[in-house]
Design a protein around this ligand. Structure first.
Ligand SMILES: *Cc1c(COP(=O)(O)O)cnc(C)c1O
Length: 229
């Protein structure tokens, strides 16, 4: 049942935090609801969940319309196509997947001035996969981009995000998470103010928390298998 699965995930976050000697309230659960219908989101909301993540813009906008009576914090976690930035800038509180200055500039320019700044994370292609979007895990390049992004008026740079390459065992993602944590520390050492590491999914949540995740993005463990399109 969804309510029990959600409770189990929150419990797993608490346990992982205690194990890592961290405060569990420093970790936000984003419930990834892509390809699950809005009834399930409503149910999770009724259980207290507030942050939801969506990958596909058209699908997300439909759900936002249906669920407009709820006070949801919407996170965009899919690939950002530059011709879709306006709708993203207008309808989300967070974008986790910014991977170019061009996209960052468009999001800032298109963020309505009467809304709070759009929270963004820079997506890092942490395992250098050719199939994946994201910035190369190069500390100088990231620092350069982060410094430019912080000058954009309608964005708030919150941190870094990654999706590790699939591995036979989830614990093996530890090296990727550690690398993202090191890149974040490098940026902070050079004056970039950030508080977010968006990493960890259903299979590797404890490993991500052990390496400093402050946002975990969990779909399957809460909602079950996704509908195929
Ligand atoms: C789908 C997705 C998730 C959730 O994955 P699960 O394995 O279902 O928990 C998290 N992050 C991103 C970027 C995703 O696309």
């Amino acid at each position: 049942m969804l309510s029990e699965q959600l409770k189990a995930v929150n419990c797993a976050i608490r346990q992982a935090a205690e194990h890592a000697d961290r405060d569990p309230t420093d970790i936000t659960l984003v419930a990834v609801s892509k390809r699950h219908d809005s009834d399930k989101i409503r149910l999770a909301y009724q259980c207290g969940q507030r942050d939801f993540g969506e990958n596909y813009l058209a699908e997300a906008l439909d759900k936002q319309t249906i669920l407009s009576d709820l006070d949801i914090v919407w996170h965009f976690i899919g690939h950002v196509q530059s011709n879709k930035t306006r709708k993203i800038a207008e309808n989300f509180a967070w974008v986790h997947t910014v991977d170019s200055l061009k996209v960052a500039r468009r999001l800032s320019a298109q963020r309505p001035a009467d809304m709070a700044p759009l929270n963004i994370c820079l997506q890092v292609n942490i395992d250098n996969e050719t199939s994946k979007s994201g910035l190369p895990p190069d500390q100088d390049q990231l620092l350069d981009l982060a410094a430019q992004v912080t000058t954009l008026p309608h964005l708030c740079l919150r941190g870094l995000m990654c999706i590790p390459a699939p591995k036979p065992q989830a614990e093996q993602n530890g090296a990727s998470f550690k690398h993202l944590q090191e890149l974040s520390a490098h940026l902070q050492k050079h004056g970039i103010v950030m508080d977010t590491l968006s990493m960890g999914m259903s299979d590797d949540l404890p490993t991500a928390v052990a390496h400093g995740a402050t946002i975990v993005r969990i779909g399957t463990a809460i909602f079950g298998q996704r509908q195929s399109i």
